[in-house]
Structure formats: C-alpha cells, structure tokens
Write a protein that binds this ligand. Sequence first.
Ligand SMILES: [Zn+2]
Length: 357
Amino acid sequence: MANLKLKPGVITGKALDELFAYCKEVDCALPAVNVIGSSSANAALAAAKEAKAPIIIQLSHTGSQFYAGKTLDNGQQQASIAGSIAGALHVRTMAKVYGVPTILHTDHCAKKLLPWVDGVIAAGEEYFARNGEPLFSSHMLDLSEQPLEENIDISRRYLERIAKMGMTLEIELGITGGEEDGVDHSGADHSKLYTSPEDVLKAYDALHPVGNFTVAAAFGNTHGVYAPGNVKLKPPILRDSQAYVAAQRKTGPEPVSFVFHGGSGSTEEEIREAVSYGVVKMNIDTDTQWAFTQPIKKFMDEKSAYLQAQLGNPEGPDKPNKRYIDPRGWLHSGEKGFTTRLVKACKDLGSFGKFDF
Ligand SMILES: [Zn+2]
C-alpha cells in the first residue's frame, strides 16, 4: 500500500478519521505524548519530523496547568483551560514551521474535571467560528469511575457537541491501572482492569451514530513503569471486542479504533500485538519523562564543578560559568533525549516512514 500523504499542520475531522483507518489497514499506531511546555512540545514536533510520521501531542489536566504556570489559581480550572489553549496555539503555530502533521488532544478528564474540558470546548467553538476548524483534534473523557450507563450517556452528550466541529472523542471503558497525573488506580478491583466486548458494543451503539470516537480499553495496561506484577497484559481482549462488534453489527473488520494507555514499559512484542488488533494511538508519558530527565542528570553530574558558583571552576578561581548555567544548554539535552525516545516509539508502533509529507 502506498504511503498516506498528509499536509503539515493540525489534522482534524474527516482527515483524522481517514488517518486512523489507514493506521488500522497498515497495522501501525501513532504515539501520543504528554507535553508540559514549549520545550517538550517542540521536541515532540522534532520527533515527527525525524520519524516522518504524524504525532499526537496531548495536554493533561495538570500538564495544562503547568503550561500556564504553577503559581496561578486553578480553582475554577482557569489555569488548566488557559494552559490547554496556549499549548494548542503554540503547536498550531510551530507544526507548520516544522513541516509536520500533528494531532492535538487533551488527556484524561474525570467527572469532577469536566469544567476544564467545558472551558476548552468553549474556546474551541470560538476558534471554529473564526477559522472553520476546531482548536483541538480531539478530547478524552475518562468516566470509567462512573457506572457504564452514565459513562456512555455523558460521553454521547459531549460527542454531540464536538462532532459539530468535526472533533473526535476518546472514551475510557474499564480502568487503566497504576498512577498518573495524581489519579491513583493501583488498588483497583481486578475485574475493572479488563474491558468486556459487551461494554465495547454498548459504547459503539451509543456513539457510532453521533460521530467519530476512539476507545481506551483496559486490557491489563498500567500507567507508569513498575516491576512485573500481578496484572497481566491481555491484548486478545481487543481482538475479541473487534470481532464481537463486527459480528453483532455486521460491520467490516476492526470497527473500533482503540487507544493503548500506559504504553511506557511495554515490550515491543506486546505493542505489536495490540496494534495488530486495531490500536491506533498509544500513550507514552513515563518513558518520555525519563528520556527528558536522564540527559539533564548526566549534564548536572558531569558539569557539577562548573555549577557551584557563577565564578570559579577547576580551570581557575575567576573563570566564569555562564555557559554551563544557561538553562538552554541542559534543557536542550533533555529535549534531544525526549525526541530520540519518541522516534523509537514511532518505530515500535510501525508508523516510522509510513507517511509522506
Ligand atoms: Zn492514560
């Protein structure tokens, strides 16, 4: 199959739907990376350029707050809303300069955080009225803590609103284990860590008539990297869910687009198997956090003697340390580590070199 041709910039609407369909056809998925500022956002765009593959740049609730600045009050979600908007506008401006196709997304939004996504959607509607396209490509709602009916009902109402702008909704069925972004599921009931095909069908029936959606299904995946534990990854749950929906609703193969949360720490075989069952997006956060921090630690360790005072180092008591102190030096080493890890993710997910732009 010929490589899919994409335009640089943010991909939304029908183009995103076609992109996910292509991913399923050629068995590849896109990495979705959490960014917390212009530095990590630029490093993600650099990875897309190097891998010749589109990348999903996402902002979490606290990542958005950090983007806005930790000192701001966030009592009405104002910092998280403004941070999401600022991040999206930054990526929109820079994606064209880097010459890469990008998908803009917001990560987990639990019920109590809905005012955050409400604010971002309101800004998106204003953006849509001015520009004829949405600010973000997609949002995620994570109502997996609620009863299934409530989860699907609220998700459908949000999809009705954002589908008007050609946006896609990501929902969560069953819960991702582990801890991320202050949400701790490490003590969760084991049955909730595995999504059932029946639940996927219920979501499909409610959402498919309304608009485009993706499903973060629980198949034993966990946020973060932990020592091998008692939760086992079972990707065949995804295969069985696809087969069940296809048989019940007489669709073509792989009617559902799945999202793999907690991709960090997974083996290449596990990733390939999940992708072969219709995973189109894999979230990666802990591994890229590690990849950003590690070169900075190395820099600080190696240059330690140059970072004790503004003047004075092993070369002499009056020697200036300005070039070691400048944060651009060590921040860029983190950016390079982040980019390298993301390019590896594109290779693991099979998206590397499968696109033209
Ligand atoms: Zn997640």
